[in-house]
Design a protein. Structure first.
Length: 154
């Protein structure tokens, strides 16, 4: 990996409290899935409001999977599976499904959202597999596909 290009976006630290580290949601993740989560978390933009830091872009985190894959040095399939697993365990949520060269938009559901939005605390009793992005239905050429027993020409 090239050390001259930073892997993550600009951020100083990420704090993980004991509750998440001991949760089933966190412990069901692989190291690559954790790296994808940290990458998405690093894309949060912070602003100081009086004496408190607040997140400005949660729910609007737009990340190209190509850039994320190159920076984390992972394959397309690994990246896709990581995103799906993070959605399933409730650590992130899609706010926009990207298509045709438009990126997905993500929302982090850990620490920067109110308690009632932190889905990961409800895992494994609940999961959000139904919210994972699905491949578009590719029915091109369904009528012209080869048949197992083609009719003979007279």
């Amino acid at each position: 990996m090239n050390n001259s290009i930073p892997t993550y976006c600009k951020f100083s630290f990420i704090s993980l409290n004991k509750n998440i580290l001991e949760s089933e949601a966190w412990n069901s993740l692989s190291i690559k899935q954790i790296r994808v989560f940290v990458y998405l978390y690093s894309c949060l933009q912070w602003s100081k409001d009086k004496k408190k830091w607040i997140v400005v872009n949660n729910g609007q985190i737009e990340v190209s999977s190509d850039i994320m894959r190159k920076k984390l040095n992972i394959s397309k399939q690994t990246c896709s599976k990581a995103i799906h697993q993070l959605i399933i365990v409730g650590l992130i949520r899609l706010t926009r499904v990207g298509q045709n060269k438009v990126c997905h938009k993500y929302k982090i559901l850990y620490e920067v959202v109110p308690q009632n939005e932190q889905r990961w605390k409800k895992y494994p009793e609940e999961n959000w597999a139904n919210e994972c992005p699905k491949r578009p239905n590719s029915l091109n050429g369904i009528d012209t596909r080869f048949k197992p027993n083609p009719k003979k020409v007279d």
